[in-house]
Design a protein. Structure first.
Length: 122
């Protein structure tokens, strides 16, 4: 896997795991990938994966089980909040980028409504 050199790898791994949780590739209550398996998949050291997992445990998304690995939280409210925060961050970035080219809040609203209408037609 190719990583962005400007962002610590463990932070990028945190985002990868969060995305897998949000799209339910990693389902609530299931065991997550082992540290070793994820390190092989992503081509990084087990220490890097462990560092990312420690942060995900701190955030309450992974629950450690000594000798067994990590289970994905069953707290669906926490996962819903993760999705909401992720969506808001993406919308904030989009709106900031559009403001730079002169799109107002009202124009943004019209663009979004038009976009959603087009999606419904498909």
């Amino acid at each position: 896997m190719k990583f962005d050199n400007n962002i610590p790898i463990y932070w990028q791994i945190i985002e990868i795991v969060k995305q897998r949780i949000m799209i339910q590739e990693l389902k609530p209550g299931e065991m997550g990938p082992s540290v070793r398996a994820l390190s092989v998949e992503l081509g990084v050291t087990t220490n890097t994966i462990q560092r990312a997992y420690i942060e995900l445990v701190r955030e309450g998304l992974l629950i450690p089980y000594r000798g067994l690995g990590y289970r994905i939280t069953e707290d669906t409210k926490r996962i819903d909040k993760l999705r909401k925060n992720y969506s808001e961050e993406k919308l904030d970035k989009l709106f900031e980028d559009l403001k730079k080219i002169g799109i107002s809040k009202d124009d943004f609203h019209v663009l979004m409504q038009s976009y959603l209408d087009q999606l419904e037609e498909k």
